[in-house]
Ligand binder design. Structure first.
Ligand code: 5GP
Length: 177
């Protein structure tokens, strides 16, 4: 990429595509005859959500939530605020939260508590990546793409200072020589 940092590939695009297709097939089986609403967390989950949704063979709905955390941008504080709410109510629906990465679990805990207060039929979670090393809040993860080691990852929706979301793979920033 022109004028950019250098990255090492951690999860190549083909590996992501294969795994996302498997997850979509599993979700199709699990949600047959249900009123599935995918709730994507902006902006990191956009790529994953778009690909996952195309592998779910159901008449699902898609909606998005914007969240922002207070405090240090690199350290999750768990104090989260909704910056953009869902466009339709989820009461009585089967909600599947679609996340890019679960690190401490604090963001997801807030999100699940918020959604559950709106009385959906169910709330489950699909995350592309899980970094178990930093768990603070144990949140049940129903669908996990890849479990990764504790490195700062970018690409396929994930950013470094708002850039590199468009990398087609998940990578790690290469240390400068
Ligand atoms: P948690 O509340 O689970 O600690 O944080 C989840 C959020 O932190 C993710 O949705 C993501 O925005 C950010 N995050 C955590 N780890 C990484 C990472 O390795 N790379 C990037 N780009 N964002 C991360």
């Amino acid at each position: 990429m022109e004028g950019a940092e250098r990255f090492d590939v951690m999860i190549p695009r083909d590996t992501i595509a294969t795994r996302v297709a498997e997850m979509g097939a599993q979700i199709t089986r699990d949600y047959a005859d249900r009123e599935l609403v995918l709730v994507g967390v902006l902006k990191g989950a956009v790529m994953f959500m778009a690909d996952l949704a195309r592998h779910i063979d159901l008449a699902l709905r898609m909606d998005f939530l914007g969240l922002s955390s207070y405090g240090d941008a690199t350290q999750s504080s768990g104090v989260v605020r909704i910056t953009q709410d869902l466009s339709h109510p989820v009461g009585g629906k089967d909600v599947l939260v679609v996340e890019d990465i679960v690190d401490t679990g604090l963001t997801l805990r807030f999100l699940i508590d918020t959604l559950e207060s709106r009385q959906p039929r169910s709330v489950k979670v699909a995350t592309l990546l899980h970094k178990p090393a930093n768990t603070v809040q144990q949140v049940p993860l129903d669908y996990v793409g890849f479990t990764v080691e504790d490195r700062f990852v970018v690409g396929y929706g994930l950013d470094f200072e708002q850039r590199y979301r468009n990398l087609p793979y998940v990578g790690v920033l290469r240390p400068k020589p």
